[in-house]
Design a protein around this ligand. Sequence first.
Ligand code: FES
Length: 138
Amino acid sequence: MSLNYTKKTISHFLHPQNLGSVKNADACVSIGNMVCGDQLSFSIKVKDGIIKDIKFLSFGCASNIATASVLTERAKGITLAKAKSLKWEKIVEDLGGLPNQKIHCSILAVEGLKKVIAEYEAKHPVPLVKLVKKKSKK
Ligand code: FES
């Protein structure tokens, strides 16, 4: 169990990556934790099923910012399917650990990513023809 922030967490908190809003985003969402009151907003740009750009805004604690920063680094350039399978445990591992009472910050970040992808997919449903072609290739 880690009781303090790691150097990497502090570095991402002080110098967050992908901070802001994506211009002409394909999807934007906000998510919050009712208990601590912290919030995150994510926006994404997607092309050919790949997250071309992702940014976040935070109204939260140091680990809220650090986990969203690491998460956006991981999510940028990968497929939506791969991004959906990202686990909060991996984000915590990337930061070299988080204090137990801050684990929920990483969960919030991963839930935010899943929410923005769901928003994108709701706005851009895969045409039935593409689904049928994909299935027949298997
Ligand atoms: Fe709740 Fe960090 S304390 S997201």
